[in-house]
Design a protein around this ligand. Structure first.
Ligand SMILES: Nc1nc2c(ncn2[C@@H]2O[C@H](COP(=O)(O)OP(=O)(O)O[C@H]3O[C@H](CO)[C@@H](O)[C@H](O)[C@@H]3O)[C@@H](O)[C@H]2O)c(=O)[nH]1
Length: 273
């Protein structure tokens, strides 16, 4: 057991944050997460592992903060004193990034820079070595420059979201090379689960099919059926994040299954069930 391991997760309320929290708690970590204040509950994915922090043996702690608020990030870092930081927080919806490009870039791009700067100062002041995971995305390849893509394939982002992720990626490399920070970029292809946000395409489709089967809906509008994705399982991918931070040297890694599926095949498979 890693009794002195303490992880801080941005985006803990998301699909990956919830699986990663479960996994790290199983590994003996104390887990701290940053959550945004909203007027509706946003912790349903982690409620089952949350215990009152006053209880002896509590392993999960939540802190209000935001990637757009650098002062709070610094304060949380000082309070928590983490040994590993997983930056999973984002405005993660590609389509929405066209509607709210400034906010997306602020949270995804500048948010990562704020965190890296906070870590740099914190490490220098305390001497505690922090390991940093940056959640990159296959969206950074956008208009793909080679098939299949690897860690060295040039990026060609095609949305405000992807542009911001590319910026965050290179800042992470830069902090590794300029300041010797143990920082890794995970370039993850799509990864799904029952906890996937309901506005992403796999959940849009599964929800619609469930409504049709229940007799509440008659049809489903699918748009372009030719689109393809490489779909992995989120629970496996969070383990990959952790493994990256357990290596001797920091590096960048692509995580994918290597198999692409057309939506139409996904839909036919669901309807045949
Ligand atoms: N046909 C059809 N396609 C759709 C629909 N909704 C979305 N799509 C398309 O389906 C693809 C997959 O969309 P999503 O699953 O919603 O997410 P994403 O855009 O691939 O982004 C997700 O994965 C990235 C890479 O891992 C992540 O970086 C990103 O944050 C997000 O999780 C995209 O090409 C999108 O245009 C729909 O109703 N019908």
């Amino acid at each position: 057991m890693n009794q002195n391991k303490r992880a801080l997760i941005t985006g803990i309320t998301g699909q990956d944050g919830s699986y990663l929290s479960e996994f790290l708690i199983e590994q003996g970590y104390e887990v701290h997460g940053i959550i945004r204040r909203t007027s509706t509950f946003n912790t349903d994915r982690i409620d089952h592992i949350y215990e009152d922090p006053h209880q002896e043996g509590a392993r999960l702690f939540l802190h209000y903060g935001d990637l757009t608020d650098g002062t709070t990030l610094r304060r949380i870092l000082e309070e928590v004193q983490p040994t590993e930081i997983y930056n999973l927080g984002a405005q993660s919806h590609v389509r929405v990034s066209f509607d709210s490009p400034e906010y997306t870039v602020d949270a995804v791009g500048m948010g990562t820079l704020r965190l890296l700067e906070a870590i740099r100062d914190y490490q220098r002041r305390t001497g505690i070595q922090v390991r940093f995971y940056q959640a990159g995305s296959s969206e950074m390849y956008g208009l793909v420059q080679a098939v299949p893509q690897s860690e060295t394939t040039p990026f060609y982002p095609r949305s405000p979201y992807a542009c911001a992720k590319v910026y965050a990626h290179w800042q992470t490399v830069n902090y590794r090379e300029s300041y010797g920070l143990f920082a890794c970029n995970g370039i993850l292809f799509n990864h799904e689960s029952p906890r996937r946000g309901e506005t992403f395409v796999t959940r849009k489709i599964t929800r619609a099919v469930a409504q049709i089967v229940a007799g509440n809906q008659k049809s489903i509008y699918m748009g372009n059926l030719d689109a393809k994705r490489d779909w992995g399982y989120a629970k496996d991918y969070v383990r990959a994040m952790w493994l990256m931070l357990q290596q001797e040297q920091p590096d960048d890694y692509v995580v994918a299954t290597g198999e692409t599926t057309q939506y139409v095949n996904f839909l036919s498979w669901l309807l045949a069930m």
